[in-house]
Design a protein. Structure first.
Ligand code: IPM
Ligand code: MN
Length: 364
């Protein structure tokens, strides 16, 4: 057995896209001779309805006992029969915290195979290849105090030096495996937390003389992601800026549905597409499963250290897109008719081909 995976389909399009991701994983098991023990758990609105909480104790226990968690999407604020409205998104924040996964990695690339699906001109986005390294356990998403009292609402953006240093180190280490450039995002002209962010990231940059480093204000970055996206390699952000900029950057490659993510740093990796539950298209069988499928690739690479299998999935997705197949969110005029979620899964499985038999025999 090669490892244990907890699958949390969640809400909305989550179960639909994970179904295809699991088919791709099953094909990889078959082709490369692996076996993963897959356990399914409850999370999100679906868990609130059954257990009154978005991250039930049972799911928490499972999550810390496996090697990796594969999540679909959580959303839809629900009102349990007896109790206050609960937002399922809280379950995701709790899960990241439980697993200690402070580094949320969100790669965004526009290879030749994808340029046709981007709403941008091909020559503007061709070759974009960046990764957002988003701090995922701190900042305003977790800061206390927080509340709404007497017509006044408040949240707390809070970062310690240690929190900034560890995520900065993740970004610089990652840059060493890429084009060796880190751009750190802040709002140091206004926020105290960003002043500290700029100071500490600058200090860490000093330990990585081989990496090009720059700080950039978040508002400027929002513009530059559109006007000159190829300049970026590793974007280092706090929790909220990374959340916002990753949705924005997704458009470069055509759709939020394309993007995978990994949350790492703790013992159990958490892998999920960047998109949400997409209630408007849930249940219609038209959601794009590519983000979920590529999240499986990230899981194989980062948790199970199977880069060949991970690359095989990336290549298969690239081949399918190159051949002009696209789900409705990616639909570019003039090509084929859009394919369904399940058809996209089938195409990717078909494109996996067979690994070199000789290589497989060598291994066994
Ligand atoms: C994301 C989502 C979550 C986040 C929400 C659902 C808590 O928007 O993964 O980007 O903000 O991290
Ligand atoms: Mn988000």
């Amino acid at each position: 057995m090669d490892g244990r995976i907890l699958v949390l389909p969640g809400d909305g399009v989550g179960p639909e896209v994970l179904r295809e991701a699991r088919r791709v994983l099953a094909a990889i098991e078959e082709l490369y001779g692996h076996r993963f023990d897959i356990i399914e758990g409850s999370m999100g609105a679906e868990a609130i309805e059954r257990f009154g909480t978005p991250l039930p104790e049972e799911t928490r226990k499972l999550a810390v006992s496996v090697d990796a968690v594969l999540l679909g999407a959580v959303g839809f604020a629900v009102q349990p029969a007896n109790g206050p409205t609960v937002d399922p998104a809280k379950g995701l924040l709790e899960l990241r915290e439980l697993l200690g996964n402070y580094a949320n990695l969100r790669p965004i690339a526009v290879p030749d195979t994808v340029v046709g699906t981007s709403p941008f001109r091909a020559d503007h986005v061709r070759g974009v290849d960046l990764v957002i390294v988003r701090e995922a356990l701190g900042g305003i998403y977790y800061g206390r105090p927080r509340g709404i009292e007497n017509g006044v609402a408040y949240d707390t953006e809070i970062y310690s030096e240690a929190e900034i240093r560890r995520i900065a180190e993740s970004a610089f280490e990652l840059a060493r495996t890429r084009r060796r450039k880190v751009t750190s995002i802040d709002k140091a002209n206004v926020l105290a937390s960003s002043v500290l962010w700029r100071r500490i990231t600058g200090e860490v940059a000093g330990q990585y003389a081989d990496i090009e480093f720059a700080s950039m204000f978040v508002d400027n970055c929002a513009m530059q992601l559109i006007s000159n996206p190829r300049q970026f390699d590793v974007l280092l952000t706090n929790n909220m800026f990374g959340d916002i900029l990753s949705d924005e950057a997704a458009v470069l490659c055509g759709s939020l549905g394309m993007l995978p993510s990994a949350s790492v740093g703790g013992d159990v990796g958490l892998y999920e597409p960047v998109h949400g539950t997409a209630p408007d298209i849930a249940g219609k069988g038209i959601a794009n499963p590519v983000g979920a499928i590529l999240s499986v690739a990230m899981m194989l690479d980062l948790t199970f250290e199977l880069p060949e299998e991970a690359n095989a999935i990336g290549d298969a997705v690239a081949r399918v897109l190159r051949d002009g197949y696209a789900t409705a969110d990616l639909w570019a005029a003039g090509g084929r008719a859009p394919v369904s979620t399940a058809e996209m899964g089938t195409l990717v499985v078909g494109a996996l081909g067979t690994p070199k038999r000789a290589k497989r025999e060598q291994r066994c």
